[in-house]
Ligand binder design. Structure first.
Ligand SMILES: [Zn+2]
Length: 97
């Protein structure tokens, strides 16, 4: 019988599986032998400018994801579902990661 984890393997590359990162506790596609996500293992910005760009890129990505829902680029969802997705993105996007 197929398991949820089997479905996750279908949608990810190679041997990645959606699991909880041990550092940030978010669900991320992780390789079998990796416990922390890419954001948690990435080097932290060493200058204020690097930190500023990281914040700017975070919000640019957030705007792009919201735009995809408002522009109806993602088919098969009702207005209510689209708004729920946008609300979730706004909630998740408050904290810079
Ligand atoms: Zn993480």
């Amino acid at each position: 019988m197929p398991k949820v984890v089997d479905a996750a393997r279908v949608t990810t590359r190679d041997n990645t599986v959606w699991r909880t990162c041990t550092s940030c506790s978010e669900l991320k596609p992780l390789l079998d032998d990796i416990e922390r996500c890419a954001e948690c293992t990435a080097p932290k910005p060493s200058t204020a400018a690097e930190a500023g760009w990281q914040v700017a890129k975070h919000y640019a990505e957030l705007v792009g994801r919201i735009s995809a829902w408002t522009d109806e680029k993602i088919p098969g969802f009702s207005d209510t579902e689209r708004l729920a997705q946008i609300r979730r993105l706004l909630e998740d996007g408050k904290a810079v990661k």
